[in-house]
Each structure stands twice: as C-alpha cells, then as structure tokens.
Design a protein around this ligand. Structure first.
Ligand SMILES: Nc1nc2c(ncn2[C@@H]2O[C@H](COP(=O)(O)OP(=O)(O)OP(=O)(O)O)[C@@H](O)[C@H]2O)c(=O)[nH]1
Ligand SMILES: [Mg+2]
Length: 288
C-alpha cells in the first residue's frame, strides 16, 4: 500500500482544478473560465486498491491586484514544499510566460511538469510546448487533457510509483475534505461565474450561513450596490437558475429534497479587507 500528498500548482487558469476533478472523478473543486477561481486549498482523495493519493488543488499564481490576490498566492506558496510530489501544471495552448518560469524556479527540482489542455492543441504544438518546457529541467513531463482524460491515468500511475509505502490516511469513502456547507457555497459561486463577466467574477463571494434540515441559506456577497442587480438578473432570474442547478446536484448527492435560499448582500470592497476575507474563509492556508 502506498500513500501520500501531491500538490497541484500552476498559474491561474491552466486547469488545476479540472485536473483534480478528472483524477478523482468528482467535482470537488469548482472551475471556470475566469481567473482566480480557486480561493483555498482543496483536497481530493483518490482511493485505489494499491494506493491512496491525497491531491491538494491550490489557488493559481498570478500578479496580485488586491489583498485577496496576495493571500491566494501565499496559500499556493505553502504547498510548494512539504508534500511527496508537486505537479507543476502549464497550458499547452498558451505561450510559457514569465509567471510560469518564475514558478518553475520555486517548485522542487523533482516535480512533474503537466502540459494540460492537449485536446485543444495540434500534435506539433504539443511537441513545441514540451520542448519549450524542457528548459525547466524537470525529470518528467506528461501531456494530458483534463477535459477528455487523455494521459491522466499514465500520470496517476507514475505518481503512485513515486509515493512512499504507507497506510490510507483518510477513510476510503472520503473524496474531499471540504465540509458540505463550504461545498454548497462553492457550487453556488461556480454557477454564478457562468453568468457574469468583467470584474464581477472577482467580486463574488458565497457563504452558507444557515442549515436547518432541508433549509440552506447561502449569502452571495458583491462589493458594490451596482453589482447587486447584475447578479440577481431581471426578476431574480439568475438566482432562480443558480438555485435550480445547485439543488439538482445536492439532492442527488444527499438523497433528500432541499430548499436553497439565496440572498445577495454587499460586503464593501471585501477583496481589500483582511477582516472580511477572513470571515468569508478565503485565502486561508490549510494544515495537511
Ligand atoms: N479544452 C480544455 N479546457 C480545459 C482543460 N482543463 C481545463 N480547461 C478549462 O480551462 C478553464 C480553467 O480551468 P480551471 O480548472 O478552473 O483552472 P485553474 O488552474 O484551477 O484556475 P485557478 O483556480 O484560477 O487557478 C476552464 O474553462 C476549464 O474548463 C483541458 O484539458 N482542455
Ligand atoms: Mg482552480
């Protein structure tokens, strides 16, 4: 039996959370086309007959513009060491940038470089990207698609080979460490992220504040009064749509009917306030 921790790090938007979900075959970490989607470390646990691998999805590295951004980078920085293996993820469809190169210098020398999104790249482009990434001198490179699953099994097999002998560290049925309340807040945020654009994705925060039997109240925070009607949509249609979609997922998962009460509130400029970021629970490092 082998067991251990694997951190997934990389620039924002390269597909770290999508990769984690593909590996554990469940949406444990939300994804979106916007930058800085992941706001805290999310564990996804893969149980195999021969191994338990605890993956830690991290916020994407980026040039921070807010206090939240600084804290997200810092959380991701916490996972560059102290784990059994680091997956350094880059995007096959975007040029390797300064951010990738800076991060490549910070990850352990034995990290595995994952070139993701190969479903969107031509074979020649994948080869060029692998060649370009070879300057980082990692011992191994895996081209994968987190969307189609191509190459993912090979990557996981190699990770298992690398892990030390050890017992399972988490119950075999556990797929994530996220408590259900946090998960509901994240599912609501993921649905909202599908509907909004410009600066709004960054201004959104979701938090479950009450859970009583089948009643769940989730507060949706925006930073300014003007953002409130955009999030709600005409006749609160956005909230209705979000509520329906999240309820479907939850009822399926929990096997009971639920009532999801979504309320939009203002937490003025919360991204710049340590106190508000703390109270929502983002940008917090995790003990593993
Ligand atoms: N075509 C394609 N799209 C992908 C793949 N992996 C991720 N994506 C898309 O890329 C976007 C970003 O994916 P995420 O998984 O949220 O990226 P992330 O690295 O976790 O981003 P942060 O949490 O902001 O750091 C989403 O629109 C995904 O659907 C892939 O293998 N192929
Ligand atoms: Mg993510």
């Amino acid at each position: 039996m082998k067991s251990g921790f694997v951190a997934i790090v990389g620039r924002t938007g390269v597909g770290k959370s999508t990769l984690l979900n593909e590996i554990v075959q469940k949406k444990v970490s939300i994804t979106s086309k916007h930058s800085n989607t992941t706001r805290f470390a999310v564990k996804g646990i893969l149980n195999r007959a021969d191994a338990q691998v605890i993956f830690v999805d991290t916020p994407g590295f980026h040039r921070p513009k807010t206090r939240l951004g600084e804290r997200l980078n810092s959380v991701a920085g916490d996972f560059l060491g102290g784990v059994d293996c680091v997956l350094f993820v880059i995007d096959a469809t975007a040029p390797i940038g300064k951010g990738d190169s800076a991060l490549a210098k910070r990850v352990p020398a034995n990290s595995i470089c994952v070139v993701n999104k190969i479903d969107r790249a031509k074979p020649g482009e994948i080869v060029s990207q692998l060649l370009a990434a070879s300057k980082f001198n990692f011992p191994e490179y895996f081209p994968v698609s987190s969307k189609t699953g191509q190459g993912v099994d090979e990557l996981v097999d190699e990770l298992v080979r690398r892990l030390p002998d050890g017992p399972r560290l988490y119950p075999v049925k556990m797929v994530t460490d996220l408590d259900i309340g946090t998960r509901v807040g994240e599912l609501v945020r993921e649905q909202l992220l599908e509907m909004v654009r410009d600066e709004l994705p960054h201004s959104l925060a979701c938090q479950v504040t009450e859970w009583d039997g089948s009643y769940i109240r989730c507060d949706i925070f925006v930073e300014r009064e003007s953002q409130k009607p955009i999030v709600m949509g005409a006749g609160a249609q956005n909230l209705k749509l979000v509520g329906t979609k999240v309820r479907e997922v939850l009822e399926d998962e929990l096997g009971q009917s639920i009532f999801l009460d979504l309320r939009v509130k203002i937490a003025k400029d919360w991204q710049s306030s340590d106190r508000l970021i703390d109270s929502i629970g983002y940008g917090v490092g995790d003990e593993y």
